[in-house]
Write a protein that binds this ligand. Structure first.
Ligand code: OGA
Ligand code: NI
Length: 361
């Protein structure tokens, strides 16, 4: 029987508190977007003023060969401008990428009761969390998205506490992506022309989390968002998206020579992974690299999945512009904060573009 959503509270309870998620709404036969999901005009994702980002993905296998310098320059250039790029030959087998997408569908196809076993407070680990939207208590309009978050501590915990439907593939993905992650972070830091200890790099990439995002098909993509505009708070994010599309990155005033285009769509490329720069790298680099502001549009025909690996500093790591860089440049554009505090502030607010960075001002 279709539930009764006469009040905004009954809808909220159904979606957020009782484990049904947005998927439960759609499965209940709902054919219109509820009020609670309707974004204010300025947040709606229109296709005008957007354009496909038609740039070839970066071939990471060439990092170890004669084209080394060229590839390195491509990575640096992308980090300085858009904060987003795509990579191929990244060392993760394509069959694993396929299995990951399948396993995300398997998890979200579980019953609400099964998924709610991963609710905070019920979940067998504080690092594993099933939820919907981003910060439902803080948001005026909810995001059209369900997710499962799997924080990594060690292999044993991952295999014990992550959902059976996806734990093995998610763990392989996290591990197989770590060489690429390290290479990219080292390239970016070395290019700043300052010396950074090995142990500092470890600290900067010391915490990892795999998420699976599920964006159910939506009766009205013009009124909703899958994810509202935000930047990722961590170091870098590696993202696998399926073939449906809908991920957009904002062009800022400095790199906008596209006349009237405000957002670039990051098109799905079979076998490629999306890399984006997080706030932490922007802060460490004293503003030289740009965390990318991005958002996700929903689709009316199919449910989309995406699977990010978020790389964060260790919670106790102090994050501020690298000291030598500040000496050289004579100015610190951000203050030093403990990453734990940055993270707490990030999760305490609804998505709001790059406002997250103001915490470090
Ligand atoms: C995120 C995100 C993009 C996507 O999870 O932070 O921006 O394509 N996801 O799902
Ligand atoms: Ni993001």
């Amino acid at each position: 029987m279709a539930p009764n959503f006469n009040t905004s509270d009954s809808l909220y309870d159904f979606v957020v508190k009782n484990g049904n998620g947005v998927k439960g709404l759609i499965d209940s036969g709902l054919s219109e977007v509820p009020e609670r999901y309707i974004q204010p005009e300025e947040e709606r994702i229109k296709k005008v003023k957007t354009k496909r980002h038609d740039v070839s993905p970066i071939d990471l296998s060439k990092l170890r060969g004669p084209d080394h310098k060229k590839v390195l320059d491509e990575i640096v250039r992308a980090a300085e401008t858009l904060g987003f790029f795509q990579v191929v030959n990244h060392g993760i087998p394509l069959e694993l990428l396929e299995s990951l997408k399948d396993s995300a569908h398997r998890f979200f196809n579980l019953s609400p009761e099964e998924k709610s076993l991963f609710y905070p407070g019920v979940s067998p680990s504080t690092k594993v969390k099933y939820g919907t939207s981003f910060a439902p208590e803080k948001e005026k309009a909810l995001e059209w998205k369900d997710y499962i978050s799997m924080g990594y501590t060690d292999d044993h915990d991952a295999l014990q506490y992550w959902p059976n439907e996806c734990k093995e593939v998610a763990l392989d993905y996290l591990k197989l992506s770590s060489t690429m992650v390290r290479d990219i972070v080292e390239i970016l830091i070395e290019n700043l022309g300052v010396r950074v200890e090995e142990s500092r790099i470890e600290g900067i990439i010391g915490m990892k989390m795999v998420n699976m995002n599920y964006y159910p098909l939506c009766p009205n993509p013009d009124l909703t968002v899958g994810v509202g505009r935000h930047s990722d708070m961590g170091t870098i994010t590696v993202l696998l998206q399926d073939g449906i599309g809908g991920l957009y990155v904002k062009l800022d005033e400095h790199n906008n020579n596209h006349n009237d285009v405000e957002w670039l769509e990051v098109p799905p490329i079979p076998g490629a992974l999306v890399i984006n720069i997080g706030d932490t790298i922007q802060i460490l680099s004293n503003g030289k690299y740009k965390s990318a502001e991005h958002r996700v549009r929903t689709t009316s025909t199919e449910s989309r999945v995406s699977i990010p690996v978020f790389i964060f500093p260790k919670p106790t790591e102090k994050i501020g512009p690298l000291e030598e860089l500040v000496k050289k440049e004579g100015v610190a554009r951000y203050r030093e904060v403990m990453f734990q505090d940055y993270m707490n502030n990030f999760f305490a607010n609804a998505h709001h573009g790059k406002k997250s960075l103001e915490f470090a001002k």
